[in-house]
Design a protein around this ligand. Sequence first.
Ligand SMILES: [Zn+2]
Ligand SMILES: [Zn+2]
Length: 327
Amino acid sequence: MLLTLLGTGCPQVDTRRLGPSQIVRHQGGTYLVDCGSGVTQRLYAAGSSGADIDAVFFTHLHSDHTVDLFQLIISSWHQGRDRPHLIYGPKGTKRYVKGLLKLWEPEFKQRIAHELRSSTVALSADVIEIEEGEIFRAGDLSVTAVDVDHFPVRPAFGFLFETPESRLAISGDTTYCPALIKACKGFDVLVHEVFIHRGESHQMETREDLGSRNVMSYHTASDVVGHVAREAEVGVLVLSHFVPTRFDEEALLHQVCADFDGPILVGEDLMHIDVANRRVLSYGMTMSLGETPEPEAPPPAPTRVRGRKRAKTKLTAKSKKARAKRL
Ligand SMILES: [Zn+2]
Ligand SMILES: [Zn+2]
């Protein structure tokens, strides 16, 4: 299983850290978690494209996680996608996707009539609204949604990607969440969001201070995220979704190391991680992270494979029941 961080930022504009999104690749399948700003550019840089995505999983419907869905849809059409998008997300996802497609309907009609492309099916989507539990299976890959605590945003999910050889957890946006810790106990890799908190306090609290405190209240502070990794006993902690996007990386590592003595990665856009073997494949090198399981054949380089077989997608009984009509 190969994880690529596409965007490690937040709503803040930053050319180094784009909006939150990541892909998981396994057995020829490509799965996108969230659609932050710049997702299609990062997909392209990661050797993939909207035409390759087998399923999109939304952790929650905050705009920084969903804002580039339309760009994904329209660019995948230009990239020759020949099937509808398959989108999983919390309650409200159908309304969001339907509204988005409706909004752009006049442009679709004009483009379809004028550009005469062979297929328009890429401009449609099957949307499945999910609840906690297993939501997806493809080959030996299983995806499970875990309810996380991003109050007042409800529902919000973290996702577990599991195969017989590897286990990956992606926190989504959450404050300290015992249910997530329990669900990802002993996983190889935990990708966790983080709010940089240096513990400054002021005599007089301004409106900005209060706003910042409110933002921190539904994220996981940097003096808490190490506890999460320690309690979950994960192999590797990957920090992502940095709020704010610019910070003192050494100070952050120092802070998190105090609570978690395993390998910690300050995630970067386009960082590739081989989950089963706990290795980083970036900057033209491979770096092992602490103890690794029995070595396997080297993973494929994260480049686009032409003419590969598409992964077979199997819906769980629950998903079938919830299967929506094509929007
Ligand atoms: Zn959020
Ligand atoms: Zn967010």
